[in-house]
Write a protein that binds this ligand. Sequence first.
Ligand code: HEM
Length: 461
Amino acid sequence: MTQEAPARPRPTPYPAHLLTTPTGDLRHLPGHDGLPLVGSTVEYFADQEAWSVNQNRRYGRVWRSNILFNVGAVFQGADAAETILLDRDKNFSSLLGWSQNLASFFSGGLMLRDFDDHRFHRRLLQSAFKRPAVEGYLAQMHPLITGAVASWPAGATLRFYPRIKRLLLDQAAAVFLGMPLGADSDRVREAFTALTLGTVAVVPFAVPGLAKWKALRSREYLVRYLRGLIPARRGSDGGDMFSHLCREADEEGGRLTDDEVVDHMIFLLMAAHDTTTSALTTLVEALGRHPAWQDRLRDEARGLGVEQLSWGDFDRLPLADQCLREALRLYPPVPTLPRRTLRACEIDGVAIPANTAVWLDNYFIQRDPAHWTRPDDFDPERFSEGRAEHKRHRFSWIPFGGGAHTCIGMQFATMQAKLVMFHLLRRYRWRLDGRGETRRQMIPFPKPGDDLPLVFEGVDR
Ligand code: HEM
């Protein structure tokens, strides 16, 4: 007799008004409301880094703000991060926090689920992130990385950001979706780029030709495309992430429906590639500015004495690990983590009403002088065993978040970044193209405003 799968938890049924009613009264917090209607949106977009630091100077680690038609409380302390991310009393909704930016394009993704429903889905996704699956992805990545990196022109200036974005999107098509490179993967790549841009559309309506409209059309295309592939993937033994999601069931027989597989895949592609693109861009830029560190990492990579990295090699690159951590500290690819309170509560000694937007500013937390020595410096030694500054507070280094919604792709991202670095370092030495500091664009993901022009020179391998 077949055992019936247990009833699945239903998505948390929040009343619609939670999203549309104004946030609770925050006038007891310091802060300013900015201009009528737009609040501080203009100030914020003009320079998000300076904004975060200046507000802290004026108001301390908790203040109210009004951005993108949304009033909320900003928290810049590691203690607040611990309270919000561990969420022991189930006070904070990730679904409602992220909905304003992501619901139209990424509904059904893991971050847009709460509590029992979230746990149920996270368990079903977990097998696609376990060692055997990740080992399979890594094997597929090697030839793609070596092929792409080898084709970069030595001696000429190239903009790193679009190159690495393209490389990671091609990898995502292969490793996540199991697609060969070609016309379909080009179309998927374009659709994805438009979808991400929709999350920061200045005009929040679907006006034909503008960003939100393009993003919604791109989502429709991706849904149609992925749905069409599901029947074949349900029965396949493919090693790509999509096939894993189509096939896996949890111990109790739970399985994802077609709609859920599509929603999760679209979310995963977004969550995975822009974040890692941003992290690698920050790291490669820092190594361009600090050639001595670049040389140390190159020596470390060569010292392994292998042409390709296998599972056990990733732990044998401690300096690369320190440098990656430092890049993620200086420019966390997700610099703000939004939540919405479900009931009145206290965070870091401050009363916050129910139904209120709270934003965790991990860009600031990761540079808080309370936890970091000379926080604006690129100083990977701070992660060495001797100094271990990241151990001063459990929640002072949170580029992958924390608690129930901790990044499910953390291990995958770390390995992928090290893999790319391994191949870059062994093939090239790079330097900045004579430029000084350029303003960083923080939204939707941090990157240098000029896309990081670099000169790559070949090195003996
Ligand atoms: C350097 C790369 C990455 C960074 C910095 C990063 C960062 C984050 C952060 C901060 C969160 C938590 C958001 C919150 O609590 O509101 C998160 C969640 C998530 N990430 Fe990542 N991520 C990265 C790469 C990846 C990759 C490669 C994947 C998939 C292959 C992925 C999939 C996800 C998913 C599915 C969630 C939602 C988890 C949940 O809600 O349970 N991420 N990520």
